[in-house]
Design a protein around this ligand. Structure first.
Ligand code: SF4
Length: 368
């Protein structure tokens, strides 16, 4: 064993982690698993047979990068953090600040109160709008209630709102590609309810009824599957060749990068684990993407949701996280896999991210 440690075998030939026997001869190291498979790995002057057993098997974690928090989530979380610090509890938040149970529960413990209706907020209170954005009607209701409203809407969601306003003012009918009932979709549709039609899938394109096809534009929710959105857009363009669209994609950089990483890296994995909550749209899309590529895929809030029986030591696991999932939960998941399967970790960086968004203006003033 001293001349040929398991680590050295792995370095010479990655697939050697599944070998059961290595032989050193005058001409080289040979290795085989069961019968039939045989290859020379390296030269050596001595001859020796080394038997490997299960302890040689180690799980490999491919840790996707980028993963986890995006710039919008960072900004929204920092905003709530600062608001609680400056104003003290209770601070009211319209909808979940971001779609992650751990984050929401942590803030709840510190005195944040998450509401679904503005009339749940006592008059004169401090209220934060979540990263997903709100409709003008909600802003108006907050004003009428004399609330101190702080807007933590992600600027990339605001961009879609502004596009909706622009097209609606110009007399266009807007086809919004998105998921019915999602906070972001509700907020965007609220900008011009009479001008926006929601389409959730390709079939929805066929049943659209549009008064003036020459004045038609499409927008998308920021956290869609890039592939699904492209299929719907292709169908829209086929049916309405003149349909207008914004110059820059509405699906945000963070959604695209995390999906790209799963698309590229999942081929090398047996299983894909996505850290994120069930109500997180971009996390769900990551899990779906992995499942579409034929991988076993799990979307988990934390390692407590994993079952040991779904993994074995020889597995390669791709680990990633949705845009609202904290890195601490990724690290807990790594610890769980290391403890149970002696996993090694390899980070694979697909893209660099350096996007940052400023805090809401009202908080920047307080912060100075
Ligand atoms: S996922 Fe994209 S749109 Fe949503 S908060 Fe993050 S950066 Fe903004």
């Amino acid at each position: 064993m001293s001349e040929l440690s398991p680590n050295r075998v792995r370095r010479l030939e990655p697939s050697a982690v599944i070998l059961w026997e290595v032989r050193l001869s005058q001409t080289g190291y040979s290795a085989k698993k069961g019968s039939g498979w045989h290859t020379t790995l390296h030269t050596s002057p001595s001859q020796r047979t080394i038997n490997f057993c299960d302890s040689v098997l180690r799980m490999k974690i491919i840790l996707a990068a980028p993963r986890g928090f995006c710039a919008g989530v960072n900004m929204a979380i920092t905003s709530l953090d600062l608001t609680l610090e400056r104003f003290g509890p209770p601070v009211y938040v319209y909808h979940e600040i971001v779609h992650n149970q751990y984050v929401v529960n942590s803030f709840r413990d510190r005195g944040a109160v998450f509401v679904e209706q503005i009339d749940e907020v006592p008059e004169g209170s401090v209220l934060l709008f979540s990263a997903h954005g709100v409709s003008p009607e909600v802003r108006q209701a907050a004003k009428a209630r004399n609330l101190n409203a702080i807007d933590a809407t992600c600027p990339l969601v605001t961009k879609v709102h502004l596009e909706a306003i622009k097209y609606a003012k110009a007399g266009y009918t807007i086809i919004l590609i998105g998921h019915d009932g999602h906070d972001e979709v509700i907020g965007t549709m609220g900008e011009a309810p009479e001008a926006i039609l929601l389409v959730e899938d390709e079939d929805g394109v066929d049943t659209l009824e549009v008064a003036d096809e020459s004045k038609l534009a499409y927008l998308t929710q920021t956290t869609l599957s890039v592939d699904d959105a492209n299929r719907i857009i292709t169908r829209l363009r086929k049916r309405f060749p003149g349909i207008a669209s914004p110059p820059k994609d509405d699906i945000c950089y963070a959604t695209q990068n995390r999906q790209e990483a799963v698309r590229i890296l999942s081929d090398d994995a047996d299983t894909v684990v996505v850290v994120g909550s069930q109500n997180s749209s971009n996390s769900q899309r990551l899990k779906e993407l992995a499942a579409e590529s034929g991988q076993k895929a799990f979307l988990i809030d934390s390692p407590d949701d994993l079952d040991q029986a779904d993994f074995s030591k020889g597995d390669t696991v791709l680990l990633t996280a949705g845009a609202s999932a904290p890195e601490s939960l990724v690290q807990e998941t790594i610890t769980w896999l290391v403890d149970l399967f002696d996993a090694t970790v390899e980070v694979k960086q697909i893209r660099e991210e350096s996007v940052q968004f400023p805090l809401p203006k009202s908080l920047r003033v307080l912060n100075n």
